[in-house]
Design a binder for this molecule. Structure first.
Ligand SMILES: Nc1ncnc2c1ncn2[C@@H]1O[C@H](COP(=O)(O)OP(=O)(O)OP(=O)(O)O)[C@@H](O)[C@H]1O
Length: 634
C-alpha cells in the first residue's frame, strides 16, 4: 500500500489500506475530543486506532515534535498495532507513534524517574520484577508478618485478612499515601509491612507490576516536572482493550492526563472482559466517560467473521448483554457445510488423530496454511499438547504450544521481544536468499538504535555499508545452523556485539533492569538450537524459530485480539470449565472471546473422558439456541 510522507489536508485524507470505514469509525478517526468506542469483536477497533494514527500523523493534526502514545494490555497487541501503523504510514510519521503495554509504560517511567521518589517509597535502581501468587501472600500474612503493634490491632485482625482482598484492596487498591499511613488500620499496617519488605529487605527491591503502577502514579502525582514532560510529549493517547483496565492503570492515566490537552481515545468491548481475576475494573468505560467527558461512539460492523458466524455470535452476545445490537457482517462466507458444530469423540487420542487429519485435509483442499488454524483450550495447554502434538506431527503438521516456555521466557513473549526480533532479522538477512524485507527491517532498527534519522543520508549510507559487511562476515562464519548450545550462544553474542548492548539498553530500558536481557538472550539461543535440530538449513531453522509452518495451540487468554480462518476449541467440558459456576459471566465472556476469533468456522470438541457437560449446560444451551448441532464423530 502507498504511504504518504507529505502532509495531507484533513478534508482530503482517506483511510489507508481498507476500502472504507463505517461512518462512526470515521468520526472517531477525525475527532478532536475524548472518545470511548465500545464495539463487538471484529468491529475494527484496533484498525480504527491504526487509521486514527495515520490521520493524525499524515494531516499534521498531531504535529511534531508531539507523539502519540498507544497503550495495550498484551505485548503482541502492542506490536500488532505498531505494525499496522508502520504499514499505513511513512516511517517519518510512524516514528512518532509509541505503542507499548501498560506494564512497559509504567516500568519505563519507574526506570527513568524512580530514584526521584521520596525515600519511603524508593526502590533500588536494579529492582527485580516479582510475580507473587496467592501462596506467597498467604505465607506473608500467616507466617512472616506476626502480630501488629497494640496501637494498630491484634493478631486475629491480621489472620482475618483474606489473600484475595490483601493484594487488590489493601496493597494496591488505592493510590499510595506520600507519607505512609499515619494511623494505620490492621490491613494498612500489613500492606505497609509488605511494601517496606519488598522495597528494602534484600539487596535489591522486588516489585510486582501492580506495585510498579502504584509507585509510578505516586511519582507523577508529586513530581510535576515528570508529569508535565509526559503531557507535553503526548498530544494523543490511545487505549486498546479498555475493558480490561485495572484501577491502578486508570488512576495512573487520570493522574497524568486529566484536565490536560491530550486527546484520549479508548476502545474495547465489555463482552470480552476476561481479566477481572487480574483486577480489571467493573466498568472502566463509565468512569472514563464521566471523568474525561468522553463521547461514547458505537460501531456496528463486523469485518472478521462470516454472516453465519456473526449470527451465532449475536446469540452468545445477548447472553452477556441483553441490549447488544446485532452487528452487520462485512465478510463473505466461504465454506461449505456447517460454520459451527460440536464434535463428540470417544477418547482424546481418537480426537487428536481425527483433528489432525481434518486440518491436513482442509489445508490441502482449501489452500490454507497451518497458521489459518488455531487449537484453543481453556487452560493447561501443556496437557493437551502431550496428546495433540504426536497426532499432528504424524499428519506432517508441527504443533506449537505458544504458552510453552523457552528457558525462563514464555514462547509467545519471546517472539515479541525486540532482542529476539533483531537477532532473527539479522540472521534472515545474513543466511537466507530473497531477504529484501529484512534488509529494510534491520536498517531501520539499527538506525533507531544509533539515533540516525531517516533523512540523514550520509549516516544512513554508512550504516548500510556496515550492515552489509557484517552479514557477509556472519554468514561466512556460520554456513549452517548451530548444532550445540555453545554455538547458538556465540551467534547470539556476536550479533549483540554488532548491535551494541548499551545502545539496545538505551532504546529499550527494560533490558537494563535486573537480568531480563540475559534471560531473553539465553532463551533466543535455546530456541535457535531447538529450531535447528535435524541438520536443516538456515531458512527452515528460522521458519521453525518463528513457527511459520506450525499450527498454534494456546489458551483463550492468549488468543485475545487474534483471528484465524478456523478455530478448533478442544474440550468443551466441565473438566476444563471447572470454575464455571464461580464466575459465570467471566467464563461466558471467555467462551465468547474464543468463538469470535474465527473468520469462517468454529469446531468445539467433547470427550466424555475429560468430564461431563452438566456444569456448563448453559453454554451448550446457548449453542443449541443458535442452531449448532452435536455430531458423534468417532
Ligand atoms: N474498515 C475495514 N475494512 C476492512 N477490513 C477491516 C476494517 N476494519 C477492520 N478490518 C479487518 O477486520 C479484522 C478485525 O479488525 P480488528 O482486529 O481491528 O477488530 P477488533 O474490533 O479490534 O476485534 P476484537 O475486539 O475481536 O479483537 C481485521 O482483520 C482487520 O484488518
Amino acid at each position: 500500500m502507498a504511504v504518504l510522507s507529505r502532509r495531507v489536508r484533513p478534508d482530503d485524507w482517506k483511510p489507508v489500506g481498507v476500502d472504507a470505514l463505517e461512518a462512526n469509525a470515521l468520526k472517531v478517526v477525525r475527532s478532536a475530543d475524548n472518545r470511548s468506542v465500545i464495539a463487538g469483536p471484529g468491529a475494527g477497533k484496533t484498525e480504527l486506532l491504526a487509521q486514527r494514527a495515520a490521520y493524525l500523523l499524515q494531516t499534521g493534526t498531531a504535529p511534531p515534535p508531539g507523539r502519540i502514545l498507544a497503550i495495550s494490555f498484551k505485548r503482541d497487541a502492542a506490536t500488532n498495532l505498531a505494525a499496522r501503523v508502520r504499514q499505513r504510514c511513512h516511517r517519518i510519521h510512524a516514528g512518532r507513534f509509541d505503542s507499548m503495554t501498560f506494564d512497559a509504560f509504567a516500568k519505563g517511567l519507574i526506570d527513568r524517574f524512580g530514584q526521584a521518589l521520596p525515600e519511603l517509597w524508593r526502590p533500588t535502581p536494579d529492582y527485580e520484577i516479582m510475580f507473587p501468587n496467592d501462596r506467597d501472600y498467604r505465607d506473608f500474612l500467616q507466617q512472616q508478618l506476626g502480630a501488629p503493634p497494640t496501637s494498630v490491632g491484634i493478631y486475629a485482625d491480621i489472620q482475618a485478612i483474606t489473600v484475595k482482598a490483601f493484594e487488590r484492596r489493601h496493597l494496591v487498591g488505592l493510590p499510595l499515601p506520600l507519607e505512609g499511613w499515619p494511623n494505620p488500620t490492621p490491613c494498612q499496617w500489613a500492606a505497609d509491612r509488605y511494601w517496606q519488605t519488598s522495597l528494602r529487605s534484600g539487596k535489591t527491591s522486588g516489585l510486582s507490576f501492580p506495585m510498579i503502577g502504584r509507585l509510578v502514579e505516586l511519582l507523577l502525582r508529586v513530581n510535576p516536572m515528570a508529569r508535565d514532560a509526559l503531557r507535553l510529549t503526548y498530544s494523543h493517547l490511545f487505549m486498546d482493550e479498555f475493558q480490561d483496565t485495572t484501577q491502578i492503570q486508570y488512576d495512573l492515566v487520570r493522574t497524568i492526563f486529566l484536565g490536560t490537552d491530550t486527546v484520549i481515545t479508548a476502545v474495547g468491548d465489555n463482552k470480552q472482559q476476561i481479566m477481572r481475576w487480574a483486577m480489571a475494573m467493573d466498568d472502566p468505560f463509565t468512569a472514563f466517560d464521566a471523568d474525561f467527558a468522553a463521547k461514547r461512539t458505537p460501531l456496528y460492523n463486523n469485518y472478521r467473521s462470516s454472516p453465519e458466524l456473526v449470527r451465532i455470535q449475536h446469540v452468545l452476545a445477548q447472553a452477556l448483554d441483553a441490549r447488544a445490537v446485532a452487528p452487520v457482517s462485512k465478510t463473505v462466507g466461504t465454506i461449505a457445510g456447517d460454520s459451527c458444530a460440536i464434535w463428540d469423540f470417544s477418547t482424546p487420542e481418537v480426537e487428536a488423530d481425527r483433528l489432525a487429519a481434518f486440518v491436513a485435509a482442509e489445508m490441502k483442499t482449501q489452500k490454507l496454511g497451518p497458521r489459518d488454524f488455531v487449537l484453543l483450550v481453556r487452560q493447561k495447554a501443556v496437557d493437551y499438547a502431550a496428546v495433540l502434538e504426536p497426532a499432528f506431527a504424524a499428519a506432517g503438521i508441527p504443533l506449537r504450544n505458544e504458552a510453552g516456555t523457552v528457558g525462563t521466557v514464555m514462547l509467545q513473549e519471546l517472539l515479541a521481544e525486540e532482542a529476539s526480533e533483531l537477532v532473527v532479522a539479522i540472521l534472515h538477512l545474513a543466511m537466507t536468499k530473497r531477504a529484501g524485507r529484512y534488509w529494510t527491517d534491520c536498517q531501520e532498527a539499527l538506525a533507531a538504535l544509533r539515533g540516525v534519522a531517516p533523512d540523514e543520508e550520509a549516516a544512513q549510507t554508512k550504516l548500510a555499508r556496515e550492515l552489509d559487511a557484517y552479514v557477509i562476515k556472519l554468514s561466512a562464519a556460520h554456513p549452517n545452523p548451530p548444532k550445540t548450545k555453545a554455538i547458538a550462544q556465540s551467534i547470539v553474542d556476536d550479533i549483540l556485539a554488532f548491535i551494541g548492548r548499551e545502545r539496545l539498553i538505551a532504546v529499550h530500558p527494560a533490558y537494563g533492569q535486573g537480568s531480563w536481557l540475559e534471560k531473553v538472550l539465553d532463551a533466543v539461543a535455546v530456541h535457535l538450537l531447538v529450531s535447528s535440530a535435524d541438520g536443516i538449513d538456515w531458512s527452515s531453522a528460522l521458519d521453525a524459530y518463528e513457527g511459520i509452518h506450525a499450527i498454534p495451540l494456546m489458551t483463550i487468554h492468549k488468543s485475545k485480539g487474534l483471528e484465524y480462518h478456523s478455530v478448533i476449541f478442544v474440550g468443551l467440558d466441565d473438566g476444563a470449565w471447572w470454575s464455571f459456576s464461580n464466575d459465570q459471566v467471566e467464563a461466558t465472556a471467555g467462551f465468547f472471546v474464543a468463538f469470535t476469533r474465527a473468520k469462517q468456522r468454529v469446531v468445539f470438541t467433547y470427550c466424555a473422558r475429560r468430564g461431563s457437560r452438566t456444569k456448563i449446560a448453559t453454554l451448550y444451551e446457548l449453542l443449541s439456541k443458535a442452531g449448532v448441532q452435536s455430531v458423534r464423530v468417532a
